[in-house]
Design a protein around this ligand. Structure first.
Ligand SMILES: Cc1cc2nc3c(=O)[nH]c(=O)nc-3n(C[C@H](O)[C@H](O)[C@H](O)COP(=O)(O)OP(=O)(O)OC[C@H]3O[C@@H](n4cnc5c(N)ncnc54)[C@H](O)[C@@H]3O)c2cc1C
Length: 313
């Protein structure tokens, strides 16, 4: 219940322009600024530095150029070009070739056909360089259309692309079965948005039960699934199920967010599991940052401490 209220609260705050303005002024200002705990930096160069550190500790990464809900075709085109440049920069830097993106960043809410074209431009460039592209899942008004766009690309023989399913959505077990049928790679998450009871489970126990059910479907019948969670119970359930079915550790991976539960990331790596870290960067970090606060209100404490230090420093 508390989790539910705080998610709603932070969701509302995420829409505040004043707060965004204030946060943007302080959040990334110096190497110690509070938003840097979750965001690798504002530039691709900073993200590459973070990626190199992750790789040198035996983990892998996916890079996410932050941005969502663009309002014009021009903005969607700018985001697409940024992704194309990012692919070239990653190739030149010689780091892992794996990126994540959001369809509303490529213009989904402006014009669906343009969004599909933009995604195709990215997948083509990515394909030339052997990248994997993960389409993140956004809030429920976009679930169906995101899956449709994904399937369109799949029908056009793009195979360097995967999707995300959210355990809190009532529909996700059926979507997982469909993705298994296609042979598509799924990242399973609990879900980060504020959703109504008509479409999403509200109680933690229900979300966790759905996560376990879908995890099993994906491990038994899916294609190289990713389990993106910091929840020790979900991780333990996944490990137990995989070993009970004789599914080896190279047939799936765990994923976690930059700056969260680094202890767990290393523990899993030491136990022989594959772990990928989601590395967000870019100037449009505010909505992403607010979702991270909503997941764990205790995070607000370190933001306030950070602001206090910034003011004094
Ligand atoms: C790689 C990756 C990609 C993701 N992609 C998407 C996506 O495309 N769409 C989407 O809706 N969601 C996405 N998410 C977010 C996800 O849906 C959850 O909101 C988020 O992972 C928190 O849920 P949890 O599974 O970690 O479990 P929870 O039960 O929320 O948390 C378990 C424990 O993890 C730690 N933890 C969790 N969140 C935080 C935090 N913010 N700060 C500090 N500690 C924390 C705490 O110790 C907590 O007790 C992604 C998550 C990951 C890891």
């Amino acid at each position: 219940m508390i989790g539910h209220v705080s998610k709603a609260f932070f969701h509302t705050l995420a829409g505040s322009q004043t707060l965004k303005h204030l946060a943007s002024r302080y959040g990334m200002r110096s190497a110690r600024s509070f938003a840097r705990r979750f965001i690798a930096g504002e530039t691709i160069e900073e993200a590459i530095v973070a990626a190199r550190a992750i790789e040198s500790s035996g983990l892998t990464e996916t890079l996410d150029f932050l941005g969502e809900s663009v309002r014009t075709m021009a903005e969607a085109d700018t985001a697409t070009r940024a992704y194309l440049a990012m692919i070239d920069r990653i190739v030149a830097a010689g780091i892992g070739r794996n990126i994540s993106l959001k369809l509303t960043q490529l213009g989904l809410t402006v014009d669906r056909a343009t969004c599909v074209d933009n995604l195709r431009r990215i997948l083509d460039r990515a394909g030339t360089h052997d990248f994997f592209v993960r389409v993140d899942m956004e809030d429920s008004p976009y679930t169906q259309v995101t899956l449709e766009v994904f399937e369109t690309m799949w029908q056009q023989e793009y195979r360097n692309v995967g999707i995300v399913l959210q355990a809190y959505l009532r529909r996700s077990a059926a979507d997982a079965a469909r993705m298994n049928e296609l042979g598509a790679r799924v990242r399973l998450v609990k879900g980060a948005y504020q959703e109504p009871a008509t479409v999403a489970y509200q109680r933690r126990a229900e979300v966790d039960a759905a996560f376990v059910e879908i995890m099993r479907l994906l491990l038994e019948r899916g294609t190289y699934p990713a389990f993106a969670t910091h929840d020790p119970d979900m991780i333990a359930a996944t490990r137990t199920f995989a070993s009970s079915r004789g599914i080896s550790t190279d047939r799936f991976e765990f994923q976690m967010l930059y700056g969260i539960r680094r202890d767990l990331q290393s523990q899993l790596r030491n136990a022989g599991y594959r772990v990928r870290v989601y590395v967000p960067f870019g100037r449009e970090w505010f909505p992403y940052f607010m979702r991270r606060l909503g997941e764990r209100p205790a995070n607000v404490g370190f933001v306030i401490r950070g602001l206090w230090q910034e003011e004094r420093g």
